[in-house]
Every structure is written in C-alpha cells, then in structure tokens.
Design a protein around this ligand. Structure first.
Ligand SMILES: NC(=O)c1ccc[n+]([C@@H]2O[C@H](COP(=O)([O-])OP(=O)(O)OC[C@H]3O[C@@H](n4cnc5c(N)ncnc54)[C@H](OP(=O)(O)O)[C@@H]3O)[C@@H](O)[C@H]2O)c1
Length: 342
C-alpha cells in the first residue's frame, strides 16, 4: 500500500520540502499507535524547523515537519492502552505531521469530540493550547482587565484574542495596518505596531496600561510591552520571531532573554511588574496530565461553539512548499492545513 510524506534532507527554503513515496505501513510497537493524519497544520514554527533554526528540535536530518495533527487511530501496538481504532484524535508531535501516517505514543493522543472536524481540531494542540495555557496558567486577572496581544493577527495571536474575549478580558491587539480590520472583528482594539508612539497609544487605549502582555516578537517589542504594563502587570514572552527574522546573531537573542528574565524582574521590584517565558513543549514534558486536561477543555470550547475555529484552507501534501511561501509572505486570511490523503 503506497503512501506519501514530506521529507526535508537539507535545511533551507520552501523548496526543500519534498514528497517521499513509501510502500509499507509502519507498525506500532508497545505503547504506540498508528495514526492516519487527516489534517496537518502549517504554521510559522514549521518554517523555523525547516530552516534548521528551531531550538527544541535536536534530531537532525532528514526530518518530516508538521507540529500538530488531527486524524484517527488505525491500530494500537501490542499490550497498548489508548483510544480504540477509528477514534478521532489530535496531537502535537512537534515534527512529523506532514505525512499520511504517523506512529505516536498512544498516551499522547487526545480524543476529539464528535462535531469537531479534523481541520478545526488541528487548531487545538499548538495554537489554541498555547493561547489557553498562557491565559489560564501564566496569568490570573479578574474579568474586565486589559491585556495586550502583540501580533493579534497571527495564529496564536488570534487564538489569544478569541479566548481572552471569551474569558471577559478586554484586549488591545497589535498588527500590521493591513490586518487591523481582522483584529477588530475578533473583538479587540487594534493598533498598528509600526506607530511611532506605540507605548503611549496602547496605554491610552487600555485606560492607563495593560495587566498582561503576550509577546512572541522579543527584543524592542518586549521593551514596548514592558512599558505598556500598568503596576503589577505581567509580560509573558513566548517567542523571538523578530530576532529569527532579522538574522541577528545569537548574542542578540541571549541579551533579549537576559532583559526579559533578569533585568525586567529587577526593575519590577519597584513597580510590582513581573515577567515569564512560556514554552508549550517544556510545559507538556513536565506536566503531561495538565496538557491533556487543558486540551480536553479547549476541544469542548470548540465543540460547544463557545469559540469559533479560524477559517481554514485545505491543501494537498504536494502544496507544502507553496504553503510555507505564503506563511512567509503574511496576510493570510485562513489557517493553512495539509490533508495528506487528498
Ligand atoms: N513558546 C511557545 O510555546 C510557542 C507556541 C506557539 C508559537 N510560538 C511562537 O509564537 C510566534 C507566533 O507564531 P504564529 O504561528 O502565531 O505566527 P504568525 O501566524 O506568523 O503570526 C505572527 C504575528 O506577528 C505579527 N508581527 C510581525 N512582526 C511584528 C512586529 N514587529 N511587532 C508586532 N507584531 C508583529 C504579525 O502581524 P502581521 O501579520 O499583521 O504583520 C502576526 O500577527 C512564533 O515565534 C512561534 O514560534 C511559541
């Protein structure tokens, strides 16, 4: 039985995403499940893996990218407890989802409730979970508090805005000028991140400053977010996209982290402000049961219609290079999803 996956043999541009044809289905071992992938999310993080710049990926080449997936269990390995064959599931393998079949630890698979299709369920393991855990595990503020979502037009940014609004928080979201309308539609006050008076504008829009800022850009952006906080506010960093895209040396990233995790907390002793860095992988490795519990809660929010999934554009596996080019170009109005069986 012939099937396909994407294989990267050299780090590089989207052209390194090449189709590989395979003949035999892999067999799950003890503790494992064979999963048929129905939807593999395509996101910014996959483009960092493809370039060989993803700090948490250490397995080298060749690699099949694909951070998150939704599909169904085909078979369980011998003596394995897990969702029965046929059960729809989702998971966050970090890499490997651009493939019609994957082998996964059975205990990592989270069952997807009926009514949630694969292209929507795949928005949970990384995008919605990152947003949900930052809002519920990193900060704890009363309803009506103002929060800042930097990059509110992006995948995680949109998830943050939707979940924050659902939790009764008030949101200021930054985006490029072309995406301001989309951010407003989600219920946030949208501000162009290229404004010269950004700190002042955010503080004015939030009645004197925000109680939390979520920022994956880093560097100058973390400085802006820090200044936009009111007393006892918290800056939650979760990425260094600005550093990765500028091509700056790693010293730049180290000094950015030092400011976030050492210098700002020192300054915060006076103002009561604090910081943290959120990493979904490390948190899941440490607290797998908490990840599962939160994923079930987020899937329920989707199943009940409490939050709406982002619009989706489904593409075949062969369109992976095009999908990565479109992610890099920005301005997408839908989440890109690969259907490896299409
Ligand atoms: N730590 C974790 O656990 C974790 C988990 C998931 C993702 N991440 C990280 O989160 C980041 C975002 O991922 P994503 O998939 O949401 O990416 P994405 O969809 O590409 O979104 C990026 C967002 O950043 C905005 N942006 C670009 N330059 C900016 C600037 N100078 N100032 C403010 N905003 C700017 C973009 O706005 P426009 O498009 O309007 O320009 C867009 O809203 C990545 O770095 C990713 O690695 C971390």
């Amino acid at each position: 039985m012939s099937w396909q996956r994407i294989r990267v043999r050299d780090w590089g541009g989207p052209e390194v995403l090449q189709i590989e044809q395979l003949d035999d289905l892999p067999s799950p071992g003890p503790g494992e499940a064979l999963v048929r992938v129905r939807a593999a999310g395509v996101g910014y993080t996959d483009t960092i893996v493809r370039r060989g710049k993803y700090i948490d990926y250490k397995d080298g080449l060749p690699v099949t990218p694909g951070y998150d997936l939704a599909g169904e269990v085909v078979a369980l390995g011998p003596d394995t407890q897990g969702p029965a064959p046929g059960t729809p599931v989702c998971d966050m393998p970090m890499y490997g989802s651009y493939s019609k079949y994957v082998i996964r630890p059975a205990q990592d698979l989270v069952p997807v409730p009926s009514g949630v299709v694969a292209a929507d369920a795949v928005q949970v393991p990384l995008m919605l979970m990152t947003a949900y855990q930052m809002l519920t595990r990193e900060v704890d503020f009363p309803k009506g508090s103002w929060v800042l979502v930097v990059g509110a037009s992006g995948s995680v940014g949109r998830a943050l805005v939707k979940l924050a609004v659902e939790r009764g928080l008030k949101v200021v979201g930054t985006a490029s000028a072309r995406n301001l309308g989309a951010v407003e539609e989600l219920g946030a006050t949208a501000i162009d991140y290229e404004r010269p008076d950004l700190v002042k504008t955010i503080r004015a829009a939030s009645g004197g400053g925000v109680l939390a800022a979520f920022d994956a850009i880093g560097g100058v952006s973390w400085k802006t977010s820090w200044k936009a906080l009111r007393r006892s506010g918290k800056l939650v960093g979760y990425g260094l996209q600005g550093y990765l895209e500028s091509g700056a040396g790693s010293l730049n990233a180290i000094s950015s982290f030092a400011r976030l995790l050492a210098i700002y907390p020192l300054l915060g002793k006076l103002s009561g402000k604090s910081t943290s860095f959120y990493n979904i992988l490390q948190r899941r490795w440490k607290l797998p049961e908490e990840y599962r519990e939160d994923a079930v809660a987020v899937l329920d929010l989707l199943a009940s219609g409490t939050i709406a999934p982002d619009p989706v554009e489904v593409l075949p596996l062969s369109a992976a290079p095009e999908a990565h080019r479109r992610i890099a170009a920005g301005g997408l109005e839908a989440r890109l999803v690969l259907d490896p069986g299409a």
